[in-house]
Design a protein around this ligand. Structure first.
Ligand SMILES: Nc1ncnc2c1ncn2[C@@H]1O[C@H](COP(=O)(O)OP(=O)(O)OP(=O)(O)O)[C@@H](O)[C@H]1O
Length: 258
């Protein structure tokens, strides 16, 4: 084989790898409410195994983008892909790859975590020993054992958030999209959820939204920053600064009104 065809073959293999390695992709996502652009031409991708922060101030467009990425909101322009699957045209196949924790997601508060998660598993077509195994796994990973049979209405916000995480992870998806997973939690609960995310990151691709810089530093080596509906930074977290103070300054300069 010639050197040229060697190179061509290696490039082809590389681009095939690259194609399957992109697990989350936003392609030019725009969402308008009347004249107001909630997001404009948002494009970025997250590769297999990455844990990426989607950072931005309040109202920047994080939840809107996540809803479009997960197929819960139709963009006016642009496309979303999960594991290479077009979310708009192949929703069911894409949703098999996806675990989504929406901001303030609904829970069946009259049920127990066990009852609700069993019900969701059955609706998704999992049953028997496979469902029991998955329930045991999420109960353990999300530290839900002590509240497993208590009504969700009686649980603290931290435990409710963990039930939401368990819901997202029940079908063992490859991709997790988590909208402000630590919002409203006390410092101990924040620590617990961050530990869980770090543990999950060993086997999953994760995009998590936050407006907390410490969260990014604690959990995410990569950051995509959105402001006024547009991406203003995409790169390694360390490129935002080597200390918290530097990061705050950079964040402010990238997100202050022009
Ligand atoms: N249904 C809607 N109708 C009109 N405007 C909307 C609607 N949904 C969102 N917006 C606006 O779009 C912008 C982006 O909202 P979004 O919820 O995506 O921001 P966010 O970055 O997730 O904010 P936060 O950190 O506060 O949750 C905001 O100005 C919001 O008021």
């Amino acid at each position: 084989m010639s050197a040229t065809s060697d190179v061509a073959e290696s490039n082809a293999a590389q681009s095939a790898d690259t194609a399957t390695d992109v697990m989350i992709e936003a392609r030019g996502l725009s969402k308008f409410y009347g004249e107001f652009a909630a997001t404009q031409d948002v494009s970025f991708s997250v590769k297999r195994g990455e844990i990426c922060a989607f950072l931005g101030p309040n109202g920047a467009g994080k939840s809107t983008t996540m809803k479009m990425l997960t197929g819960f909101l139709a963009p006016n322009r642009g496309e979303s892909y999960l594991a290479g699957i077009n979310v708009a045209t192949d929703r069911i196949k894409a949703s098999e790859k996806l675990g989504y924790l929406p901001e303030n997601g609904p829970l069946y508060t009259e049920m127990t975590p066990e009852g609700m998660l069993r019900y969701i598993g059955e609706v998704r077509g999992v049953s028997g020993s496979k469902l029991s195994d998955r329930l045991a796994w999420v109960a353990d990973k999300c530290s839900l054992t002590e509240v497993w049979r208590k009504p969700i209405s009686k649980l603290s916000r931290g435990f409710r958030q963990r039930v939401g995480m368990a819901h997202a992870m029940l079908h063992d998806p490859e991709v997790l999209i988590l909208d402000e997973p630590t919002s409203g939690l006390d410092p101990n609960q924040v620590h617990g959820v961050r530990e869980l995310i770090t543990e999950l990151a060993k086997t999953k691709t994760i995009l998590l939204s936050t407006h907390i810089l410490q969260e990014v530093r604690a959990v995410c080596p990569r950051v995509v920053l959105i402001n006024n509906g547009r991406i203003v930074f995409d790169g390694p977290t360390t490129d935002l600064g080597s200390s918290e103070v530097e990061m705050e300054e950079k964040f402010r300069s990238l997100t202050s009104a022009a």
